[in-house]
Design a protein around this ligand. Sequence first.
Ligand code: HEM
Length: 201
Amino acid sequence: MNAMTALKIATQTHHSLLEANPHLHRLMSDRLTRTDYVWLLSRMYGFYVPLEARLSQFEPLWQQCGLDFNRRRKVPLLEQDLLASGLTAAALEQLPHCPSIPLVQSFAQAVGVLYVLEGATLGGQMISRHLALQLGLRLEREATFFSSYRSETGSMWRQLSVQINSYAETAFSHTDMATMILSAQATFQTLDDWLGHNDLN
Ligand code: HEM
């Protein structure tokens, strides 16, 4: 089985649990407000900033995979959306960062994390359509994170799949594969915890 299929199968339950998180559930509901949306963006920002910083330490290995890591960064998009929503640059700097992001000490762990962060762009297509309808957001200015690659979303995902599969096939041992999967599962789990489960009613 290739790496991307193994990741998909091993994280299906984690994805379902995350989707059911009250804040993500609200995101897709007809009760969503701009305040909910900005809160969620702030939390995503606090998760992505420290995690992308860890992933960027593997730049030479991303290059070896043929992957343009900078092109896949989401922090600039989150910043754009938060600033467009009225947050000041000073307020952005004050946003809390998740203190318990997954460990990224090996490239196998980094690949597991990147799989989850990139996969969010797939659900993002559905989410951004909902944001435009529900809140009247202009996607290219106020929802760049969720609409990230826009018409290129499918091709960016297929490219990632080819790159990860071929790298893993030649360079990953069975232990590396297991490490990668645990890391993807931990990424889903820590994001779910970071968003929290408080009752929104
Ligand atoms: C309300 C929130 C979400 C919804 C409704 C949603 C929905 C979806 C949908 C429909 C797909 C499949 C797309 C396709 O096959 O073309 C998908 C895939 C995926 N999503 Fe989500 N998603 C949500 C949130 C997230 C978040 C926050 C993350 C991670 C941070 C995430 C990670 C993934 C991953 C990794 C995949 C790829 C699964 C595979 O290997 O094929 N999703 N999501």
